[in-house]
Ligand binder design. Sequence first.
Ligand code: FPP
Length: 222
Amino acid sequence: MDGNGRWAKKRLLPRIAGHRAGAEAVRRTIRAAGELGIQALTLYAFSSENWRRPASEIADLMGLLRLYLRNEMAELEREGARLHFIGNWREFDADIVALLEEAAARTASNGRIDVAIALNYGAQDELVRAVRQLAGEARDGLVDPAAIDPAMIEARLDTHALPPLDLMIRTSGEERLSNFLLWQAAYAELLFVDTLWPDFDRDALAAAVAAFGRRERRYGGR
Ligand code: FPP
């Protein structure tokens, strides 16, 4: 969800105004994804590298997350959204962790769309945690190192409850994965769009889905 800062700068507004508009784009996009029949949507809201931002911006983002979790639950329920959180979100302040746990529990039985929000997430960190877990299981004799296969790694990733990744969209013209879902992206289609995240809407998502439909997926075959 890139481009919040540039969206605000273009309007001579503080960065937080861009993040607030970004949160509105989150609401629009979840609704549109449900309407378009998308089974799962993962949103990159805070990376493990975002701690390098100024303390005031981090505090603003955390404030926005609190607000979102308090105000959006009814809307998410209406959308039939089941919330998941990926990343080291348990390292956030205790009140946010409690809100996240409550949000996941409250939406656990919804089934229209899975919405995963990546919080304090980094794909390399996710892989390191999975490897550590497997190494511990091997040390304890629970896993034979020679039997480790992709499915066993996938089962230990934060995304284990989500379907395979089909399409990754990055907004704002940046053409990098920036440590997002690196394992999961192995066969995903990548789409880079110039739209700044706060301008992302139903039409933008529908256009992305249409572009995905025109791609020929071969998974290494021919
Ligand atoms: C990247 O844009 C965006 C972020 C680091 C924050 C994303 C957060 C939101 C969309 C709002 C909160 C989300 C939820 C789920 C409540 P940037 O700041 O790097 O923009 P720039 O590249 O233009 O500087």
